[in-house]
Design a protein around this ligand. Sequence first.
Ligand SMILES: Cc1ncc(COP(=O)(O)O)c(C=O)c1O
Length: 429
Amino acid sequence: MVKRKLHEPLEERKGNLYFDGFSVKELADKYDTPLYLMSEKRIRDNYDRLYGAFVNNYKYVRIYYAAKANTNLNVLKILHSQGAYLDTVSPGEVFLALSAGYTPDRIMFTGTSVRNDELKMLADANITINIDSQSEMDRLLKISVPQILSVRVNPEVGAGHHDHCITAGPESKFGLWEEEVIQAYAIAQRARVGRFGIHMHIGSGVLEPEPYIAAVEKLLSIAKRVKKEVGINFEFIDIGGGLGVPYKPEDTELDVAAFSSKVVNLFKNKVKDYGLGKPFLFVEPGRYIVCDSTILLTRVNTLKVTPAHKYVGVDAGFNTLIRPTIYGSYHPILVANKLNEPEKETYSIAGPICESGDLLAKDRQLPEIQEGDLLAVLNAGAYGYSMSSQYNSRPRAAEVMIRAGKPVIVREREQLKDLMTNQRVQSDQ
Ligand SMILES: Cc1ncc(COP(=O)(O)O)c(C=O)c1O
C-alpha cells in the first residue's frame, strides 16, 4: 500500500511513480539522474489557489513571487503569464527577471548588505527598493532620489521552520526597528521621495496564521505612526512571504483560504481604523508557489551496512539539494519503482559528497532497496536547484519540466567542461 497520500503532479500506477502523467522511470532513463523534474501545471495551480484566496478577500492584492526559491527562467515566465510580480534580492535576480520579460514596475528589490553600485543599478532601472538599513537609505539618497521607496520593518515577531529562516524579531539582521523606521521615512520625505510603501518578511515555512497576525498588527501600527508623525500615505503594504507547505507526514497543509481571510480581515480593519486609505496588499511567497511542483530523481549506487546504519548511496548529495544538510530539513522520499512495497527497512540516504553531513535523510523507513533503484525526493522545487553548487567538482543536475503536456529540458545538465568556467590557468614560471 502507498503510505503517503500522493497529490498532483504525483500519481501511483502499478507500484510506479508517475509525474504529470509520465513514468518517472522512463524520464530518469531518458534524461539521466540526478534530475529535477518540474510541473508547469502545479506552479500555475499553486499561484491560482493563492491569488484566488487573497483576491477573494481584498481586490487590491499583488503576488510578488520570491524569485530566490527557484529562478529557472521558465518558472519566472510561467508566473509572468499568470500575472505575478517578482521579489528579488540581488542584481542577478533582477537580471533574470528582466530577461524573463518582467518590466521594472513589476520587480521589487529586498536586498540586505547592498553595495553602492547595486543601488545605482536599481535606481537607474527604476526598481522599487525595500530599504534594509538606514545606511542603505543614506547611500541610496546620495546616488539618486527614487520616486518610490519602501522600508523593511522588523515587526519584532519572527517565525520559521529553522533559526536560519526566522527573519524578524530580536536576533534578526533584517529590517529597521520602529523608531528607526519613523526617522527613515522622515529623511526620505525631506529628500523629496514622493511615494511610499512599507514592508516586512518574518520568516519561512510558516504553517499557521498566528505569527502573521501579530506581525501585521505591529506593521500596521508602525504605518499608522508614520502617517501621523511624518504625514505620508502608503501605496502598498507588503506582508512578505513565508507561507509553508507540509514536508513531514505530520505537517498539516496550510489552508490558504482561511489564512487569507484571517490575515486580510485584520489588514482591512486596521487599514480602515488607522485611516491608511486603500493601499495595495503585497504578498511575497516563494516556497508556496514552487515547492511541491518539483521532485528530485536520484539513482541508488551503493548499499552499505555499518554497525549503526544501513546506508543507501545515491547520486544526489548536498551539492544538488542542500536543505537537509543546512537546516536538517525533512524531505519525503519515495522508492519510485516500489510504491506498493512495505516500508520494512530503515535507511540513511547519503550522497556522493565527501562529508559526513551529506545525508538526504536519516533513518528513514522505506521498502527494501537494491542498487539501481530510483528514489524521488519530494518538495524539491523551492531552494533546491537555486541552492545547488559544484562542490566536490560535480557538475550541476539538469532540470526537466512537463510543459504544455510534454517533458522538455529547461536547464541542461552541466558538463565537466563547465567546472572550468571563468578559471584562468597561469603558466608555470
Ligand atoms: C524578503 C523575502 N520575501 C519573501 C521570501 C520568500 O519566503 P518563502 O519562500 O518562505 O515564501 C523570502 C525568503 O527568504 C524573503 O527573504
